[in-house]
Design a protein around this ligand. Sequence first.
Ligand code: HEM
Length: 193
Amino acid sequence: MLATTHATGLQGFGWKMIASLILLLLFIGWHYFQAVRGREPFMKTRPGWGFFVKIFYFVAVAAIAACAVTSFGAVLFSGKLLGWALVFHMMGAGTFVFLLPILALMWGRSSRFGQAYRPGRQERFNGLAKLAFWIMLFAGVITIYSPLISMLPIFGTEGLEILLDIHRYSGLAVVLAAILHGYVVWLGRQGQA
Ligand code: HEM
């Protein structure tokens, strides 16, 4: 395990976490307002998700939420990720590790920039959803590997602290990107196109 005790509350990582979440929510509010007033040209996402696509998506969202609530709660309130919070964090983590490659295979092709999924077919995602998807994917890989390589007996205390910081910030990026992705997909399905 990495070092476990840190400053709690709105210090260090805590305030950056809260500030970035507030900024994202403000952006989403502004974007929604623009979309409702027809100022933001917004493509409707392609309907017709299959059963497995829905299941994988919702379980992945639940896994990210479990990791976020347990760890962000620890950052804000106790300063250490222990006990049941750590158990739920690791359950979410295992699910996330399993589902991230599936999401990559499922949506990588439809999330390419500047290329139609298939000629003549409506795109599944617009630019914002594609951007959020790639951030989620790349930050997700870093989030997964930072605790895993910290298990190798090659890092000193300082190295482990750096890896934990990398894990926290990349995890935060995954959460922000997942919220943005979820919002854009939801908006597209509301017909705010
Ligand atoms: C979106 C997913 C994730 C988020 C948002 C996230 C976030 C965090 C944060 C913020 C901490 C630090 C908590 C603190 O400072 O007390 C943490 C700790 C930890 N995370 Fe994650 N994490 C995620 C996924 C994962 C995954 C996939 C793994 C395993 C492969 C993992 C393993 C760990 C471990 C072992 C710790 C404890 C480190 C320690 O304090 O010793 N997490 N996570």
